[in-house]
Design a protein around this ligand. Structure first.
Ligand code: PEP
Ligand code: MG
Length: 837
């Protein structure tokens, strides 16, 4: 026999009732606060989470006592989880509606109203509680539609539509309790940060009927605009305008040229509502949206929820609340989730350039990105491993696609709505996303999609996803950089004042450096100089250098590269205006600069005026079985030292030049892929010699700092002796992860999904720092380094530098700074502040 749940525990919400967010949920607590503010809230009862959980576990709720509290009136049931972000089952309104009340409404409110309210309750009960096919319950209100819906219910359920309010209530409670436990609901709320044991409370409230001969209706009001957070009374109101008694008419809430408004029809009610919003803002310390009903001019406040808003509006609201003295600056910082602000930082398609639109869908996550089409999560990961920007196109996404979404620059799905898996996850990741692009015809087997006008896009074709307005564009698009407003800057300045770890940017080009400055990075933590050699004009010189037969020929090529590098560094120093700039000497294997195919080799042979056979032979001679563990980094610096000599000279000459024009520059020169102290000694000797020569030639003085990148396990273990020659140690956690795991960073994407799915790794270690293994090397390296040289600067410059969990690790380990890609700098600044608070 099923046990009945005892409802002795439910609590009538009064100013002094013991309502707690943890036990009854945020809505119950919020309603109590409204009652304490003396707002006209209808009688309300809170059901604690324990009771709801028992109902979900199969205990039949006995609702006689609860129902008796609401004799002869209709009630609403609303979800009340501990955190409003976690959502919950949809509210059910007008519970208690039956034939008797229908008959009464026919007399008092007229047939049309009575039919409409009964039909809408039957529809919602049939679909959400009895779980009948929604297609059977979609009719527009009329007496016939009501009769048909009641008959359809009876035919499907083999019983009359329940007439007992107590029975209706217990079924509604049961269906909501169960819905909370469903897998989809669980995944959705977990994506929003809910713990796996998050519980649901419920709130039962007397319905305020927004009907009557006087001014009646229902609506919402808030004091800010939801997208920007700017002060502006907004909301909606629907009701009968007493000035125009003919028919129900939508009134605008606020004065509007297009029609009548509540503001004009009832200025005193409008003023009261604004005042109530302001009082809520102060007591609840949040911008609230009030839901209200007017019955013959008498106001009822039914509910208040935090204004649903964009990340941009959250930033502005939090800062404004702190400036108004309602919350502290610390609280303002904590109210903005670091990952959420990346939404403010996104690129937008430049509206001034023509668009080649191929399809439209639902704009599910803002920002825009261009990339090559892939049709599976695995392909997205493989593309990311090749450093290729890709757009993940799926019919819809499921949890196993999350890793692919991480790897993609944008997501496009054929199905789904704004709360679909793809949309929810993409927003969480700050990825541009379009869902429900049903105009597209996907052919997953052929790896292509067709647009409505018959154009075909295949795997590898480039498209642009504009997640801000839901448009798919052919090809790549001109983008506008994100705009950062004063509230965003203020919040991040407050964050800077509390955080205790530095944040620099990885920036290779003047453009990157400008972005880093815009995001107020405290300097450049890693400039990968090799990225400067891929421009067409430099590549040829670079290849000449690689093919040089003698030191003399090599010098000729390097002498041509020198002014180019010097100009690069002058630009970086100028942009960074005296902030530290850490330049890493040349790192990749030389063969990366050589052509891979026959056509490329033929062109090279032509450019170098050498026989094709010779070019082919030299390219082959340079190729390695395992290039990432081969002749690269400092190994190249020691074998072909002229390259580092040229780079050091370019850095120092640029230092003199930039310091003469502006702020004093103290460059940081970093040696990559070190594994032995002797490597550092050899390179240091030559670099010191270049510095002395430049000082002498230019009759100038300057300081510089020489440091070592710790990206081999041996360098971490031998950090003590290495630190003897290093002013700073910067952990290159990409290579360090690769070498610690023995896991190719370029190929791991192929099986990472399956590894993580099976729990071999909790997370992709290239994404979130492996605090146990790689982390231990970081701790060993920093301890040993500091033992020998206490003032040595310690940092991380691998991709992990922008990941909040990894920042927490570095902060705890006492590192001086993290360095991450420019777009992650604001996230890192805010995350670091969160950890410090
Ligand atoms: C690293 O290995 O972590 C690093 C920053 O260097 P790169 O990614 O250029 O190898
Ligand atoms: Mg590296």
């Amino acid at each position: 026999m099923q046990k009945h749940t005892d409802f002795a525990e439910f609590t009538v919400i009064t100013p002094s009732a013991g309502i707690e967010t943890a036990r009854h949920g945020w809505r119950a607590k919020c309603l109590q606060r409204l009652i304490r503010l003396d707002l006209p809230v209808p009688p309300t009862v809170a059901l604690p989470c324990d009771t709801v959980r028992a109902i979900a576990a199969g205990q039949m709720p006995d609702t006689k006592k609860l129902s008796a509290l609401f004799p002869d009136v209709l009630v609403s049931v609303r979800p009340s989880p501990a955190n409003p972000e976690w959502g919950g089952p949809g509210s059910v309104l007008n519970v208690g509606m039956n034939a008797a009340i229908h008959a009464r409404f026919v007399k008092t409110q007229g047939q049309a109203f009575a039919d409409a309210i009964y039909l809408s309750f039957v529809q919602s009960y049939a679909v959400h509680v009895a779980r009948l096919d929604p297609d059977m319950f979609t009719a527009e209100p009329s007496s016939e539609a009501l009769a048909a819906a009641l008959a359809a219910y009876e035919a499907e359920m083999d019983e009359e539509f329940p007439q007992s309010p107590a029975k209706q209530l217990s079924e509604v409670l049961r269906s909501m309790a169960r819905a909370w436990e469903g897998t989809t609901a669980r995944l959705l709320r977990e994506a929003k940060g809910a713990p796996s044991d998050a519980a649901l409370g419920l709130v039962v409230q007397e319905m305020a009927q927004a009907i009557g001969p006087g001014l009646s209706g229902a609506g919402t009001i808030q004091l800010i605009e939801s997208v920007t957070g700017a002060p502006q009374v907004t909301g909606r109101f629907r009701g009968l305008n007493p000035a125009n008694r003919k028919a129900e008419e939508t009134l605008y809430l606020v004065k509007d040229k297009r029609g009548h408004s509540l503001e004009e029809a009832a200025p005193e009610v409008f003023a009261t509502l604004q005042d109530q919003c302001r009082r809520c803002r102060e007591l609840l310390r949040e911008e609230m949206q009030l839901e209200f009903a007017l019955e013959n001019g008498s106001l009822k406040v039914i509910d208040a929820t935090r204004v649903n808003r964009s990340a941009r509006a959250t930033v502005r609201t939090s800062v404004t609340l702190a400036k108004d003295g309602i919350i502290s600056r610390e609280e303002a910082i904590l109210r903005v989730q670091p990952r959420a602000i990346s939404e403010l930082l996104h690129y937008q398609v430049d509206p001034r350039v023509p668009r080649d639109r191929v399809a439209r869908g639902i704009a599910a996550s803002p920002g825009a990105a261009s990339g090559r089409i892939v049709f599976s999560a695995a392909d997205a990961q493989a593309a990311a491993a090749r450093d290729e920007r890709c757009i993940l196109v799926r019919r819809e996404t499921a949890p196993e696609d999350i890793r692919g979404m991480h790897a993609a620059v944008a997501v496009l799905t054929e199905r789904g709505g704004v709360t679909s898996h793809a949309a929810v996850i993409a927003r969480g990741l700050g990825l541009p996303c379009i869902v429900g692009a049903s105009e597209l015809t996907l052919d997953l087997r052929e790896r292509r999609f067709a647009t409505r006008d018959g154009r075909i896009f295949r795997e590898g074709d480039v498209v642009t996803i504009d997640g801000t307005n839901g448009e798919v564009l052919a090809g790549s698009a001109e983008m506008l950089e994100p705009a950062l407003d004063e509230w965003f800057r203020t919040l991040l300045h407050w964050a800077d004042n509390v955080r205790d770890i530095g944040v620099r940017a990885n920036a290779d080009t003047p453009d990157d450096a400008r972005t880093a400055r815009m995001f107020e990075a405290e300097g450049i933590g890693l400039c990968r100089t090799e990225h400067m050699f891929f421009d067409e004009d430099r590549l040829t010189v670079m290849r000449e250098m690689i093919f040089a037969d003698s030191a003399k020929d090599r010098k000729v090529a390097l002498d041509r590269l020198l002014p180019m590098q010097r100009a690069d560094f002058i630009a970086l120093f100028d942009i960074m205006a005296g902030s530290p700039v850490c330049i890493r000497l040349f790192d990749p294997p030389l063969h990366e600069f050589l052509p891979q195919d026959r056509e490329g080799m033929r062109e090279l042979a032509e450019a170098l005026d050498r026989p094709l056979s010779e070019v082919t032979r030299r390219v082959e001679a340079l190729s390695e079985f395992n290039p990432m563990l081969g002749m690269r980094g400092v190994r190249l610096g020691i074998t072909v030292p002229e390259i580092y000599d040229m780079q050091a000279r370019a850095i120092f000459e640029a230092t003199v030049e930039a310091s003469r024009r502006g702020a004093t520059v103290v460059p940081e020169v970093m040696i990559p892929l070190v594994s032995a102290k002797r490597e550092v000694e050899l390179v240091k000797t030559r670099i010191d010699a270049v510095a002395a020569a430049v000082k002498n030639e230019l009759k100038a003085d300057f300081d510089y700092r020489l440091g070592v990148m710790v990206e081999t396990p041996r360098a971490a273990l031998r950090a003590g002796e290495i630190a003897q020659h290093a002013a700073f140690l910067s952990f290159g956690t990409n290579d360090l992860t690769q070498m610690t795991y023995g896991l190719s960073r370029d190929d791991a994407g192929r099986f990472m999904g399956s590894y993580v799915q099976q729990g071999v790794y909790a997370e992709d270690p290239f994404h979130v720092l492996d605090s146990e293994g790689v982390g231990e090397l970081l701790l060993i390296g920093s301890e040993r380094g500091r033992e020998v040289r206490p003032e040595v600067t310690i940092s991380v410059c691998g991709e992990h530098g922008g990941n909040p969990e990894s920042i927490a690790f570095c902060r705890k380990a006492g590192f001086d700074y993290v360095s991450c890609s420019p777009f992650r700098v604001p996230v890192a600044r805010l995350a670091a502040a969160h950890f410090a608070l």
